[in-house]
Design a protein around this ligand. Structure first.
Ligand SMILES: *Cc1c(COP(=O)(O)O)cnc(C)c1O
Length: 370
């Protein structure tokens, strides 16, 4: 089976982990600030705060920005569920805005209609690695005095990803551009936000005090990242550009193989660091064909992904927020028709070919005229 994603772990990471395991510091040691320094310098922000995963990074940012009960946060329904789950963590309400059909990111022309007195922030997402229209989002935020949170969990390495908001967030699950199994980071230029996040990731302990005993100055969590994970990320950062180059090559290869098929394969663009590679099925095909194609691909030895089934159609969100089909038609249209193909920096050229051929065969078999 050609897997949907596949981490790129080399002997460098393996040896580095062994070295940490032989050291006295498995957590709260030197590897955490080392990784933080690397990623903040790469992204171009003053501060980075490493945490246990991308979801808790979003949670800490929302808390540090003072967003809470009764507040509304504007976001997209076409994303991984963590984006809006984190808004619910702080008892705020996710207010969805539909996406644009070109890059699947939040449709900035629809944002202002959704702003109310309760709106406190816009939480945008760089879906699949393509950047949202952050300049427009910043403009709207400035006009309405809103905070901006950039969920860049899928876009490490894309042009300026992580730098547009009050804070940006990256995640390091194994399908992301770099991974340590589970991990996340907050990047920001806001000293106060970084300090609060640092305190809250470690149970509320104030690390700045000179007091001889631990000072827990506020409520906090255990959202720490270990030195074992941090050192993996540190080594992955050294290889990020090389891995992203390969990802981009593979995206281009897919595009070349699928461009004349009548389907809509994602077009490789400069400045995009791809998270997954998706193909959009044509408009005329019924929505129920996609699951069949994914199933048939499995028989061909290809693991394809259902990216993304919109958040507002998830059973919990229907119940919690009263969401229904029809509310965000573009997200639903795209959600019904996009299929993610196997994608990683360790894929071979021959595998890209095998997947493309299997995909075209299965698409045809399911009656899609191409
Ligand atoms: C991966 C991802 C996250 C964070 O996920 P974790 O599994 O908690 O690290 C958040 N938002 C988006 C859009 C993601 O793709």
């Amino acid at each position: 089976m050609i897997p949907l994603s596949n981490p790129n772990i080399s002997e460098l990471e393996i040896q580095a982990v062994v070295d940490v395991l032989r050291s006295p510091s498995l957590s709260l040691g030197p590897k955490i600030p080392e990784f933080e320094a690397k990623i903040s310098s790469y992204v171009g922000t003053k501060y980075a705060v490493a945490v246990a995963n991308g979801t808790c990074a979003l949670h800490l940012v929302l808390r540090a920005l003072g967003i809470g009960k009764g507040d509304e946060v504007i976001t997209t329904p076409y994303t991984f569920i963590a984006s809006s789950n984190s808004i619910l963590f702080v008892e705020a309400k996710p207010v969805f805005v539909d996406i644009n059909p070109n890059d699947y990111n939040i449709d900035v022309n629809l944002i202002e209609k959704k702003i109310t007195k309760k709106t406190k922030a816009i939480l945008g997402v760089d879906v699949f690695g393509r950047m949202a229209d952050w300049e427009k989002i910043q403009k709207i935020a400035k006009k309405h005095k809103l905070k901006v949170i950039e969920d860049s969990c899928e876009a490490l390495g894309s042009a300026k990803a992580g730098t547009y908001g009050n804070a940006g967030v990256f995640g390091f699950y194994p399908n992301k551009q770099i991974t340590c199994g589970e991990g996340g980071v907050i990047v920001t230029n806001d000293e106060k936000l970084a300090r609060i996040a640092r305190i809250e990731r470690n149970q509320g302990r104030d690390y700045t005090t000179k007091s001889p005993h631990f000072q827990f100055v506020q409520h906090g969590y255990n959202y720490r990242l270990s030195d074992i994970s941090s050192v993996i990320l540190s080594k992955q950062m050294d290889r990020l550009n090389e891995m992203n180059r390969r990802r981009s090559e593979i995206a281009q290869m897919y595009f070349n193989l699928l461009a004349n098929s009548g389907l809509k394969p994602s077009q490789n663009e400069p400045g995009v660091s791809w998270f997954v590679y998706t193909v959009e099925l044509p408009k005329k095909i019924p929505a129920n064909v996609k699951p069949k194609i994914i199933e048939d691909l499995k028989q061909e030895g290809v693991q394809a992904g259902n990216y993304f089934y919109p958040v507002h159609l998830q059973p919990f969100y229907k119940k919690k927020l009263g969401c229904k089909r029809g509310m965000y038609p573009v997200a639903e249209y795209v959600g019904d028709r996009t299929i993610a193909l196997p994608f990683s920096s360790v894929m071979k050229d021959s595998e890209v070919k095998t997947v493309s051929e299997a995909f075209l065969k299965v698409v045809k078999k399911n009656g899609v005229q191409i």
